[in-house]
Design a protein around this ligand. Structure first.
Ligand SMILES: [Zn+2]
Ligand SMILES: [Zn+2]
Length: 434
């Protein structure tokens, strides 16, 4: 039996009582609301914490159909701080599934337009919304992740899900992922602590998709990176709403649903929750125990300047890039050695064409003909040490693993903070004790 009563008086403030009786017996919840609050209805929900939502810092990774749906939902329920990340530009085919975009937006940045349009919809007290224009797989610094209370992965590919899930899991930030296919969809709530990550829930097809992106030609396939998933606004708003619902549960109760997947078949209709199991051999379970912040460091410094700033002269120091930088390679056709000087993730198929013989014969797969680096140390090629971290493929506000005198730890390019997340509130975690 369930009975709900609401009493309303005519004073300046309204006293509302939600009295829910159940077999288990739930406490009576009484909230006093200013009459003018846009949130008065949702605050009648037992256990609802509007203050928690207003303080919440949420990253929406991907501003397509799902990203639009979750961003609009979060704005209306009063989330106070949103960061919207996407590298892509608006295409006319997006307009039927994106409530924040309209005709005339074609060609503009998805992240910038989503942030611009959602700002007036945000009902929290002093809302902040920040667009982050860049590829969520490679160009989103992990310092962004550690300044979030919740991450919503609104991306199509298993590569992007793994790339978002990895730092979220490593830094202990709760994350929810949505996926769409025709009239069906799914929502994965990643575990925190020792629970399963999003990749532990990958199907064999998703693992195939992930590994294919890392074999083949090993270069960025310009437009092919964006999967064309059949979907409608209907299923996008349904899955987006469920993602926000799962996110709210994470913010309110700390993760009862963590490590689960919701299956949604909208035509039958059915929604089913299954628990994911942690796969011991899953490659995405690194843990970052603490991060040392360096306000003097940014990705605008050169590699040489970074090494100088981190260690006194003569100390052994290695900075891992966490990615590969291609220095040069020898053409299979004419045999000439040619410089390349590009991070692998920014290398496109057109870079394989040899300037000398015009054949597309520059091999970029692991090959003795290619020179690449994945770490920085003193005594490297001066041309590499003179490149900025940005040119080496390191995003602003990123975290780097540093080995000094045999000890390994994580540092942050904290000098980029004001540029990447202007006005962003709150502490980051985990932070090294001074
Ligand atoms: Zn995993
Ligand atoms: Zn050649």
């Amino acid at each position: 039996m369930r009975k709900e009563t609401t009493t309303v008086d005519t004073m300046k403030t309204r006293r509302a009582t939600a009295d829910v009786e159940r077999a288990g017996g739930r406490p009576r919840v009484t909230v006093t609301l200013p009459r003018t609050s846009p949130f008065s209805r949702q605050m009648l929900i037992p256990g609802w914490d509007q203050g928690r939502l207003e303080r919440a810092r949420v990253l929406i990774a991907g501003a397509g159909a799902l990203g639009n749906a979750v961003t609009a939902n979060l704005a209306l329920i009063g989330a106070g701080h949103l960061a919207v990340a996407d590298f892509d530009r608006i295409d006319v085919s997006n307009l039927s599934r994106t409530v924040l975009f309209r005709r005339g937006d074609e060609g503009r940045s998805k992240a910038a337009v989503a942030a611009e349009r959602v700002r007036p919809l945000m009902l929290a007290g002093a809302p902040i919304v920040v667009p982050l224009e860049g590829d969520v797989v490679w160009e989103l610094g992990w310092g962004v992740f550690r300044r979030m209370d919740l991450i919503l992965g609104c991306v199509d590919s298993s590569e992007a899900r793994a790339a978002i899930g990895l730092p979220a899991w490593a830094l202990g930030v709760p994350a929810v992922f949505g996926g769409l296919y025709a009239h069906n969809g799914g929502v994965v709530t990643q575990g925190v602590g020792t629970g399963p990550c999003v990749a532990c829930g990958f199907s064999p097809a998703e693992w195939d998709d992930w590994s294919r992106r890392y074999s083949c030609d090993q270069v960025r396939r310009a437009a092919a990176a964006e999967a064309k998933v059949p979907a409608t606004q209907i299923i996008a708003s349904l899955i987006g709403a469920l993602m926000v619902q799962e996110g709210l549960a994470l913010l309110h109760d700390g993760g009862r649903n963590a490590g689960t997947r919701l299956f949604v078949a909208a035509q039958r209709p059915v929604i089913e929750r299954v628990r994911l199991t942690r796969k011991p051999r899953c490659p995405f379970h690194a843990h970052i125990a603490c991060v040392e912040e360096f306000p003097a460091l940014s990705n605008q410094l050169t590699a040489g300047e970074l090494l100088e700033a981190l260690g006194a002269r003569g100390r052994e120091i290695t900075v891992r890039l966490g990615r590969e930088f291609l220095v040069g390679c020898r053409c299979k056709g004419c045999g000439r050695s040619l410089p390349l000087r590009k991070p692998r993730h920014r290398t496109h198929a057109r870079d394989l064409v040899c300037e000398a013989c015009r054949r597309a014969d520059r091999p970029l797969v692991t090959d003795p003909r290619i020179a690449s680096i994945d770490a920085l140390s003193r005594g490297m090629d001066a041309a590499v040490l003179g490149l900025s971290l940005e040119a080496l493929g390191i995003p602003a506000l990123h975290l780097l693993e540093v080995e000094r005198d045999g000890r390994t730890g994580w540092i942050e390019l904290t000098g980029d903070l004001a540029r990447v997340l202007p006005g962003w509130p709150g502490e980051a975690s985990p932070t090294a004790s001074p």
